[in-house]
Design a protein around this ligand. Sequence first.
Ligand code: ADP
Length: 790
Amino acid sequence: MAPAHLPPALPGRKRRIAMMTSGGDSQGMNGATRAVVRMAIDRGCEVYCIKEGYEGLVKGGDQIQKFEWPDVRGWLSANGTLIGTARCMAFYERPGRLTAAKNMVLNGIDALIICGGDGSLTGADKFRSEWPSLLEELVATKQLTAEQTEPFKHLNIVGLVGSIDNDMSGTDATIGCFSALTRICELVDCIESTALSHSRAFVVEVMGRHCGWLALMAGVACGADFVFIPEKPRAGNWREEMCKIHRKVGKRQTIVIVAEGAHDQEGNKISPDMIKDLLADKNGLALDTRITTLGHVQRGGKACAFDRYLATLQGVEAVNAVLDATPETPTPFIAITENKITRKPLVQAVLDTKEVTKAIESRDFDRAMSLRDTEFSDMYNSYMTTTATGLNDSMRLPPTKNMRIAIIHVGAPAGGVNAATRAAVAYCLTRGHTPIAIHNGFAGFARHHDDKPLGAVREFDWLEVDGWASRGGSEIGMNRETPEESGMELIASLFKQYKFDGLFIIGGFEAFHSLSQLRKARDQYSSLCIPMTLLPATISNNVPGSEYSLGSDTCLNELISYCDTIKQSASASRRRVFVIETQGGRSGYVATLAGLAVGAVAVYTPEEGISIDMLAADIQHLREAFKTDRGQSSSGRLILVNEKASKVYSARLIADIIRDEAHGRFEARDSIPGHVQQGGIPSPMDRTRAVRLAIKCIEQLEAFEDRTDETIRQDPQSCTVIGIKGASVVFSPMKVVEAEETDWANRRPKNEFWVELKHTVDTLSGRPEVPRPESPLVGWKAKDRKRGLI
Ligand code: ADP
């Protein structure tokens, strides 16, 4: 515990960083606290945690506690926020903030990292802007001396956004929003099955007073029939539209999702009861309708994989931001844009967030939408497109522009493949194109004339596809065979026979390879001179051209829940190491990201390899760790090893060696989750991204509708892979990606964006510098550990 009165900051003393969680709790906050504590210590600082948000800062005393490395062991998988949070009325007023400032100075705190929602960060911004005058007042009222306040004249604050609503402007995702979305989707999936059995309608109310992110994303992920969000109220005729959707499609179940803050264009609240009355109206649809208000369950449960690594990476970045700050640096908060973690000015984000609320209140809904990030409006448009299927002709193209678009799955199943197909089909139908399913990949296509003359290639039927939003596996079947293996001449002749005008491939590295073969064969076959695009989908996330592939998030979620369970199974003996083998082909992505999300002691990847010296050093580290363990956490320790990390050292062998070398001081076991990693029901992130990216892919194909063979051959954009690269979604020409970005021998991208993240896993687990095997890819040096993150 920190003494109540500390001497003022002195030159040469370690920097003292304080961490606080504030406002509504959200899953992932503990991951942020763990990362801040460990990164700060790793970078030579002292770290304090402030209990109960601003309440603790105002109270001081034992509410401000020094934290050491082991104090946060096991926190990644702990729910809620272990350092507590509270609403603090005193902090709204200047006297409360004055006392808080005094406590900061008395405890010698140089910098404050706050993880909270827009309220907490607004409070932080106010605190920062008042800081000089607060110090002056403390001196003027003789509560502190000028000497005491002098070293603290620059308040160093960094914000981390922790909120389930995802309501902060300037960042795509807040810590906790994907966990809340996961909970909502789990519950809606359950509701959907009972709705289907009883042919019922359900109106589900989800959180979000000023922000419709949760409602919208749940609508996209679950394929809900209607969604009400505050930013974009439905137009006047929504009552008729809602009834039309149910009738037209002839479905057995109807799901309507309403955000708490939903209202109509005149600002009148839309309540679940109103919707129920409408659906149940005896003179209308007369549906058996139930209301489910999800309430606080949305806050609870486990942090999903994304929240764990987002919180971890952002916590690390917050410490770096503190240490990089100069008196001139504007107060930052840590954001994420697509896949890139960035620092942005806090003041602007707070102002923009307030603007959204104002725009909604003044019914300027276009402005409210424009102030949300691009992913939000993309999702909204995607949602509207998929639900308007068969109902709305406004997006229909003239018949001359209609295309026959083939959709094929190549590789092994990955979460989100069906959702992507459903969205592509919906978009095609809305535009007047003909979406055609090729069953069982190129192998099925090539052989279909032998056994199933009509079955393997057929037009999609919307009624069937509409139910695929949350389904795992591949409804049209997948196969790893490439067109060359099937026979390129045959494939080209089938393209001609079926008169395809465009090809949409969904799949992993084999799909990438197939597309490359088709592109190269265009010189020989005119039927292949059509636009083609690939949406990467594989749990390994090893497709060049994208930092994200569908299914990788589902896989990480399966893995962390497997690891959590296994870790806990060691609670009786307390002295157990588990060596867990992950999939991922020759890419260490899954192992590394799962390692980041579960706090693995070490991660072994194919990029780096494994050597005997490395194992010896890790075993020595484990010996030390068990020797000094004061029992902070009862769970076991984990080592993650990718299936192809070494030709010699398998998970079993590594566990055997560790056990033998431990000489009875601790236990070691191997464990292989295998195909469990493909996941059952795809994660909401995979499902929603599937929808957004699939629609973009068909739009990309449309752009080449009227091109000649020669222009198609010449234009690199006519054959592309869609990907998230850093902060953008881009279509990269296959020609370039194949030649410049692909490590063909290892079936992975040449420069994998996540390789740097391995430093973070090591740093946060306290892994010492271990001898690294010689590797052509990564030159591991001690100084690398101190480099930036992404
Ligand atoms: P959230 O951070 O989840 O949006 P709140 O809006 O309740 O949650 O804010 C959390 C705490 O932050 C409040 O209890 C209060 O102590 C502080 N706070 C919020 N808004 C302000 C403000 N405008 N000025 C000062 N402090 C604030």
